[in-house]
Design a protein around this ligand. Structure first.
Ligand SMILES: [Zn+2]
Length: 135
């Protein structure tokens, strides 16, 4: 893989994942968000923290914020909003997968840097534990 291509895919993926808007919206909530709105606000806040850290290449903090958002989904009333919770979790896992992929490139690829290694290990273990709890 040549240098310019690596840089390009790096820029593209960050633009796709984080567009600066509220990541989570209620599309199929049976209660129109009455039950899950407060959680949604907190989850979105964790999510934009994660975005901020991500833009600053503070990957560990970014991963921890996603992890916090994920934990918060378990505070939802699952009887009413199990689909909302599931949707939030899937989206969080997708974002973490993107960070994981990027760190994999950064720690093993052309621009190999050892300081990304520990972030990659954290992304890897966090991703594994999140996937186990996804439904
Ligand atoms: Zn809901």
């Amino acid at each position: 893989m040549d240098k310019s291509r690596t840089l390009k895919s790096f820029t593209d993926s960050s633009a796709n994942v984080y567009n600066g808007k509220s990541k989570f919206e209620l599309i199929n909530c049976p209660r129109n968000g009455k039950n899950c709105k407060t959680h949604l606000l907190e989850i979105n806040r964790n999510y934009s923290d994660s975005d901020y850290f991500y833009q600053n290449k503070e990957y560990q903090e970014s991963i921890e914020a996603l992890n916090a958002a994920f934990s918060k989904t378990f505070e939802l009333n699952e009887d009413i909003c199990s689909n909302c919770a599931k949707l939030f979790r899937c989206t969080i896992v997708q974002s973490l997968q993107n960070i994981h992929l990027e760190l994999h490139k950064l720690s093993t690829g052309f621009f190999k840097k050892n300081d990304y290694k520990s972030s990659y290990i954290l992304a890897d273990s966090t991703l594994n534990s999140l996937i186990k709890n996804i439904d």
